[in-house]
Design a protein around this ligand. Sequence first.
Ligand SMILES: Nc1ncnc2c1ncn2[C@@H]1O[C@H](COP(=O)(O)OP(=O)(O)OP(=O)(O)O)[C@@H](O)[C@H]1O
Length: 703
Amino acid sequence: MPSINLSDAMVATSPKDKKEKKLKNQTLMETLGSDALSGGKTKKESKHKKESKKRKASELVDDEERSETSSELGEPVNSKAMSVEVESGKKKKKKAKVEQEERGEEEENGEGKSEEHPNAISKFRISEPLRAKLKEKGIESLFPIQAMTFDIILDGSDLVGRARTGQGKTLAFVLPILESLTNGLAKSSRKTGYGRAPSVLVLLPTRELASQVFADFEVYGGALGLSSCCLYGGSPYHAQELKLRRGVDIVVGTPGRVKDHIERKNIDLSSLKFRVLDEADEMLRMGFVEDVELILGQVEDLSKVQTLLFSATLPGWVKDIASRFLKPSKKTADLVGNERMKASTNVRHIVIPCSSTARSKLIPDIIRCYSSGGRTIIFTETKDSASELAGLLPGARALHGDIQQAQREVTLSGFRSGKFMALVATNVAARGLDINDVQLIIQCEPPRDVEAYIHRSGRTGRAGNTGVAVMLFDPRKSNISKIERESGVKFEHISAPQPADVAKAAGVEAAETINQISDSVIPAFKSAAEELLNTSGLSAVELLAKALAKAAGYSEIKSRSLLTSMENCVTVLLEAGKPIYTPSFAYGVLRRFLPEEKVESIKGLTLTADGRGAVFDVAAEDLDLFLTGQENAANVSLEVVKALPPLQERDQSRGGRFNSGSGGGGRFSFGRGGRNGGFSDRRNDRFSNRFSNNRGRSNGKKW
Ligand SMILES: Nc1ncnc2c1ncn2[C@@H]1O[C@H](COP(=O)(O)OP(=O)(O)OP(=O)(O)O)[C@@H](O)[C@H]1O
């Protein structure tokens, strides 16, 4: 394979370098100019689009009255008025509306016209130290989910909150909780002083997420004089015990470790004022239901505690369980609701056909084409494949549940700080992680459930930024239409970037580099250049092209299959003048004009969706043999495809007369060529024990 200098794309650089890299990537996109790259929205375009789009007002009503609509970051919801409505019923609703109209009239009259954002921080009951801290962090107004829920939480209600990934759900609970503790309802009754029991407990499914949310409480709670601690497994008990003994206001942790502290009598949760279940569905899915119940059951007087539940995905079964934890009077703020699109709308969702064996060579090219010089997270299904892939990608590191906690922390902080630009992770990084400048998500294969797709792809396109999510899939084995249907995403189907196209772009970069080299080097190299020109038999341009190839790290350029993304393979379409219903029929046709060993050597035979043909991969060196061979077979046509035709999906092979084929195996069999690598069977099977006793902490958890 061409040894592309990936380090350029993956190694951290200064902001100036980063800008240059973005420009280079722009050049790359332009140079490639294929359908693979043409559909990308620029940040500006997408932001503009978002801004100009009129969004529906978001739903925020009592559960019984719920009507689900949507809202996004670009269209701030003046939820202050909305939450007042919820709180005080229809009278206040009218009053708020009148007030709003009055404000509108004033603006139309041009009197008192204010540029202030409808959700400006100043419009909420946020105290001065917190305002100052938010300002310091660049936050001037609340995002819709925050604006919608602020008053509800501050005024004492339980709440279920749902908004798409990256829309600020964390501050949606952090801010009102902090205000309630210091200036609101919880102020007078919360414990204070040395050795105090915590007032707030936040539970999250992963250690990384716990420490991220803890960091927010440290920053914003710290500004109000509140102290926090973070409890998660894999780190020593002692420091955590010490903090708890001294007394803290806020505890953030994972269920397993919090439960351990309860059992060790290190923590008293009886007087909690707030309980938060963040990424609630994942926590309950992981088999933590019983732990969560035990932990939440510590509160003595349920009427005095507020329970908040947040996630970007809330399957029906979670809502059922959640109603056990929340008061019947709970409110729901759902920014996704019945909207078709459940995944981030700021993300370009792409699928590329790729066999498991081709991944490690394809991924560097995808990074080159789509990462815009930013960070990339690559998701695998298993811990082993995360480690293996990280070893194959220059400059990448692995993150998964088998890695020691201290190393996990080092890795994540290295990725956050830009020491390396590609992280290969299991689902341990799928939820909640908020890492600056993640431009690209690559999923090595479709995840089992739609929630995983939504959360993984949501690691990019956060806080109003745009991003790209690429999912690789093997057309013979994966069914992506289920994810497409359930997530509401309309995938862009594109072919893998062709090495020749990527090389062209690399050539442009190399030419730029050469331009920057000082003329002072010419005398030293001139005689060798002249000698080469005189003896090589090539023109000056051809020689320079070779020099550029060398500078870009290329010694040869291979072809790449459109069907499996395998290098040195070419995808061809077979037609036989009549429908091809089974792979075995296609093999029979090939046998008419090719020797048996060549028929055996084809890879990935898949029937086309129209039932008229079959596509498969041929080794580049055998292509001529195949193309000339067809001339000896009547009605048979074989041609190299420029774009992959629609293919039959895996599910279609279930049942019916097409289910199996003698000789060629099932419709999506690997053919006689044998298994082409194949995806790991050891995928996470944690759903099966969704409600089991398995806490999934160390054993049974695949990530
Ligand atoms: N009001 C705001 N103004 C500007 N940036 C904000 C605001 N609120 C949150 N952010 C930023 O938006 C990013 C995403 O926030 P957060 O991680 O809370 O999203 P989320 O909805 O919880 O996402 P996920 O579902 O993936 O967990 C963070 O970097 C956060 O600092």
